[in-house]
Every structure is written in C-alpha cells, then in structure tokens.
Design a protein around this ligand. Sequence first.
Ligand code: GLU
Length: 466
Amino acid sequence: MSTPTTVRTRIAPSPTGYLHLGTARTALFSWAYARHYGGQFILRIEDTDVARSTQDAVSQILAALRWLELDYDEGPIYQMQRLDRYREVIAGMLAAGTAYKCYCTPEELDAMRDAQKARGEKTHYDRRWRPEPGKVLPSAPEGVAPVVRLRNPVDGTVSWDDLVKGPITIANREIDDLIMVRPDGVPTYNFCVVVDDWDMGITHVFRGDEHVNNTPWQINIFNALGAPLPLFGHVPIILGDDGLKLSKRRGAVGVMDYAERGYLPEAMLNYLSRLGWSHGDEELFSREQMVQWFDGQHLSKSPAQWDPAKLDWVNAHYIKRTDDQTLAGLVAAQLARRGIAAEPDAAMQRMCALYKDRCTTTVELADWLAMYFADVAPSADDLATHVTDAARPALPTLRSKLAAIEWSKPAIGTAVKETLGAHGLKMPQLAHAVRVLVCGRAQTPSLDAVLELFTKETVLARLPSA
Ligand code: GLU
C-alpha cells in the first residue's frame, strides 16, 4: 500500500435512503478539508447491508452531492464490488492469527448472555473459539457456518487524538472480539471501513458521533493489518429545534427535500457549515471562503442546533444575490411542479427581480409569480374588504384607460393617477381593489411595477368592464 502524502478524505454513505443532513454536513467538512489542503475527496458507497441498500438511494445520494456541488475526485466506489479484496484480507488475518473462526450458534450466544446476566456480569463474547497457546478448541460442529472474529488485544488501551473531541482512550478489556464476517460470508461495516480506508489511502476520517464507539475496533484492525492509521474526527450530532435528535418524524432531514422547498445549494452549504464549525463571527460566506478557512480548527464538541429560522435568513440572503436568470430557471421548475407551464424568459427574469427581495425561498417566489401564468382566485374576504363601493365604479374607468395605452410602467402609472382624479379616490382605495382582482392578494409591490409584468390582455380580463 502506498503511503499517502496528501490529505485524502472520504464520505461513505450507506444507500438506505436519501442523503441525511448530518451526512451532508460530514461530506461538506470532508470535502472542504481536502480542498483546503489541496488533497482529494472520495465517495464510497457502503452497500454491504444488501437488504436495505437500493439503487434508488444511490441515485438520490449522487443527486444531492451534485446539487451541493461537493465534487469528488474518486468514486463512487461500491463495497459490494470489493468482496474479493475483503476475502483476501480476511484470509491473511486468519493465516496471521489476528482473526479466527467462531462457530457459536445464535442460540449458544443467547445462552452465554443469559448466563452472564444471571451472574450480574456485563454481557460479552467469552472468546470460547479464540485460539490461545495451549488451549484446546472444540471441534467445529457440522453444518454451522462460522463467523470470523477479530482477535482483539485483551490488555492495554486504544487511544487516539480525535480531531473534534480531543484525546480518547478505551481499555481493550471493554471491547469484544468483533465479528468481521457474518455467517453468510458478507463482511461487516467495521471491517470493510478499515480495508477501504487503508486501500484508499484515507488520511482523515470525519464522521458522525454515532461512530465513536466503532473507532477502537477499527484502530485495532488497522493495527492487526499493520496499516497506517488515519486521523479521526467525530462530529457531534445535529439536534432539532426541539432539542431532540433531528429525525424524519420531526421534519425534513433529506438534503433534496430542501431543494424542493426552494432552498439554494449555496445557502444550504453555508448554513450546514456553521453546524459545528465556526470562523470568528462569520455567518455568511462563500464556498471559496469556507475552503480557505476550513483547516480542521474550531470544530465544536457540543451538539449543533438545527435552526429553521436561521436557515431561512441565510437562504433569503442568497436569493437576493442570485442573478435573475438563475432564479427564473428555479422558479419555472417550481411552477412546473404545480402544473403551471412558464418559460424562464426575460419577462420572468424581470418578475424575479421585482419580488426576490421579499422572498425566503424560490417556493415563495413561485407563489408570487404564479399570478402571471395562472388564474387567480381572490378570497371572499379580500373581495369584501378591498373591492369597496367607493372603488368599484373606478375599475371600468381604469380598465378602458389601460386598454388605450401603450403597455409600460409610466403609462400604467398615469392611467392609475387619472382614474384616481376622475373618481376622487386615494391611491390605496383603488390599488387594493385592483390588486385583489388582478393579483388575487391585497399586498404587492408598487402597482404600476406589478401590472407592467402582466400582459395587457390578462389585466383587462381580470378587471370589470362595467
Ligand atoms: N456508512 C457509514 C454511515 O453512513 C459510514 C461511517 C464512516 O464514515 O465510517 O454512517
């Protein structure tokens, strides 16, 4: 195996569902770290849980990484395509005596645990199949497929200096002889991860806190293989705004849910990066700045809090800064989901320019733009409140003035003013009524700017002629 000289990080999702926000954040940290140090970022698909892994989940993970533009230099590498390699490593460990076969049946293991519990002991594997000098092993029973276990050291400790949590030490006597290959011959997570991280020359492993208990085993496997150890950084979990672990039951946890809900990838990246990492007081920064700043320092030990209001604030910031052409493309896609066909043309781009400052998501932007492409249905309340007896007679006047003009914002403004004069009305009296009828809502930006973006025909069709 080559000795890596550059930083090599990886993300290793299991394709059992969408890309979880927590995994996306780990991917972001791993990616940014590799980019900061001019190294490589690798995508590995951990699909050895055959029953739960699906191709659809792989596609979703790839789509989410593409959406976030977390580009990888190698991969996707599929574990199920590496089974021969795992077998080879296992054979080597069996030959070297760092692994052994265990023929315990599930029933025997249950009985072992029950007996330990009855004696008030912590349950553990009693190493009955572990070869020792001078120990006579039972003879292998017929018809029982063995598992392969790691011959974990019994003395001493496993230690590492976690990139996030600092120094961690575990006594080896706390650790069982890990099952590395199941009876069906498929190797287990902790074993495959080590072989992969070794073969792929991974130098830095960032992953979720939930794996911290696996790391002692993995280090012992690295040591058994004589492989160089990567550095490990266990990133704290993300808590929902209710203080509980973020989960599907309590809101969206899939990255692509946020794409659907009108969040921008740059906003997601910016927001995710601040969950467990900081650079001074900086809250809003570009992908490039993050790469420049992400040197592995200032990673927080405490759980991060998911804050939907902050995400909205960050997204609103990026919506304002996104060019109208890009926004129009996104809004057209949002409208298409509602069955509204609309081209992201120059006209739509001007609509985006008019409304984007008041929107948090492209879904909200689509809420605004829908009135230009589909019928509106003013509520009975709005009609009663705003289309008043005072305003009603002015509406046909405005309509005929608009019918006569060359369609432009100043000409619309003049037609509105003349109508106010002719009927002795104040601007809000007329403007609210027109808004409700044409836009389906009473509050909008300035009337002439809003109307100009409709076709004249649409406005005339929505105003009464008598
Ligand atoms: N497949 C594991 C997960 O999705 C990867 C853990 C690791 O990065 O080692 O949690």
